[in-house]
Design a protein around this ligand. Structure first.
Ligand SMILES: Cc1cc2nc3c(=O)[nH]c(=O)nc-3n(C[C@H](O)[C@H](O)[C@H](O)COP(=O)(O)OP(=O)(O)OC[C@H]3O[C@@H](n4cnc5c(N)ncnc54)[C@H](O)[C@@H]3O)c2cc1C
Length: 390
């Protein structure tokens, strides 16, 4: 049975949900409070589980084409000593799909084109919704309202609407570090062009990941992580000076990167997550993406889990043949434990990488020096193969 679905939020979660629901024959409208869709942040890695969902929805080939070829991975000490370096091909062979690091703007545009811009209304901030016998009625800041059979709450980590669905507020938790991210022209004096290189030391991290599918203008998606108190000063004109202080004495490629990035193109984020939720649904409402499971980016799974959510929600609605409550219950059962576990693992990874327990971080540096890739790839493979399209 075709439903009228209102999706709140046109991020990668809301757009992927819209696409999946359209393909199941539902009438979908996406609304977003911004007047122009400009993703915050430089790029992201869509890991194999996310790419599988995008391929099943018909946009994965375009995503793959526009993404960087990341065929190897390396950890290097702050002084430039290689700790471990290995091919990612065994992982890709095992899971049946490579990862696709891609510019956020490119991914958003590909999803928007697939959903159809005519199905997305910008400049509408949803303030609340309520359910009645016939459906759900959402209200908007400028006074308008919309009715639907089902509302998909995909309004991101600061979600206002999840509180209405859950009946209680959800606090965001600071993960203890700040991330600066930016795109930089790739060049072999920074890192091999097909390798994800990560420098680690002093509880800090510098990462360079190949992200552009265009061979003429290859780019790295770069980020710097530094443990800092919440609410520290954020002045773009000081980013270079500030990061140069944090990374003084680090290896030559890090120093070159510090000279080359454009501070005005850089995003700075204090990393937060939320406690795993007890449910991802309310009456006639599915919570999805960061609204449902804002997590530390340390496993690179936030967006991928949003894509999995979208796929599973559409399948559960297909199976329930118009019984919305049954579909939501099945969606919740399929997703709540998986995303809760990934929030927890991402938090643990963030703490280990960023020195929450300095002894554990030192032990991790020592482990990296013994690593041949087997252990790291086994963790990634478990996460990927736990998805709905394994
Ligand atoms: C530094 C960093 C690195 C990351 N790296 C990765 C990675 O490598 N791989 C990965 O998979 N994930 C990664 N993530 C996570 C990923 O960015 C998020 O999981 C993803 O963007 C969530 O998408 P979303 O659609 O749920 O939310 P969002 O992208 O936040 O979209 C929410 C949308 O809702 C709109 N909105 C909000 N409130 C309202 C309202 N009241 N009414 C209407 N519209 C509203 C907003 O304007 C926004 O457009 C990373 C995150 C960070 C911070």
């Amino acid at each position: 049975m075709a439903l009228n679905v209102l999706v709140i939020g046109a991020g990668m979660g809301g757009l992927t949900a819209a696409l999946a629901l359209q393909q199941s024959g539902h009438r979908v409208e996406v609304v977003d409070r911004v007047t122009e869709l400009r993703p915050v942040g430089a790029a992201l890695s869509v890991w194999s589980n996310g790419v599988k969902v995008l391929k099943a929805l018909g946009v994965g080939d375009a995503v793959e084409q526009a993404s960087g070829r990341m065929s190897a991975m390396a950890y290097i000490s702050r002084h430039g000593k290689p700790l471990t370096q290995f091919s990612l091909q065994p992982l890709y062979d095992e899971v049946g799909q490579r990862a696709c690091p891609i510019a956020r703007a490119t991914l958003q545009q590909l999803l928007l084109d697939a959903v159809g811009p005519e199905n997305v209304t910008l400049g509408l901030a949803c303030t609340d919704y309520r359910c009645d016998d016939d459906g759900v009625e959402a209200t908007f800041a400028e006074g308008s309202m919309r009715r639907a059979d089902l509302i998909v709450i995909a309004d991101g980590t600061h979600s206002m609407l999840r509180e209405r669905a859950l009946g209680h507020p959800v606090e965001r938790r600071y993960c203890g570090y700040v991330n600066w991210n930016v795109r930089v022209a790739a060049s072999p004096d920074l890192a091999p062009l097909d390798q994800w290189a990560q420098y680690v030391g002093d509880h800090q991290r510098v990462s360079m990941m190949p992200m552009s599918g265009d061979a003429d203008t290859p780019e790295f998606y770069c980020f710097f992580d530094v443990p800092l108190p919440a609410g520290s000063t954020n002045v773009a004109s000081r980013y270079r000076e500030e990061l140069s202080e944090h990374f003084a004495g680090w290896a030559e490629p890090v120093q070159k990167l510090l000279e080359r990035f454009d501070p005005d193109a850089m995003a700075r984020v204090e990393i937060h997550d939320i406690e795993p939720l007890e449910t991802l649904v309310g009456e006639r409402a599915a919570i999805l993406g960061d609204a449902a499971h804002g997590m530390a980016p340390d496993l690179g799974q936030g967006g991928c889990q949003a894509m999995e959510d979208a796929w599973v929600l559409a399948r559960m609605l297909d199976n329930a043949e118009g019984d919305i409550a049954a579909a939501l219950k099945a969606y919740d059962e399929a997703r709540v434990e998986r995303v809760g576990q990934i929030i927890t693992r991402a938090r643990q990874r963030a703490e280990t990488t960023h020195g929450a327990d300095p002894v554990a971080t030192q032990a991790w540096y020592a482990e990296l020096a013994e690593e041949d890739g087997t252990h790291i790839m086994s963790g990634m493979s478990k996460t990927i193969l736990g998805g709905p399209l394994a």
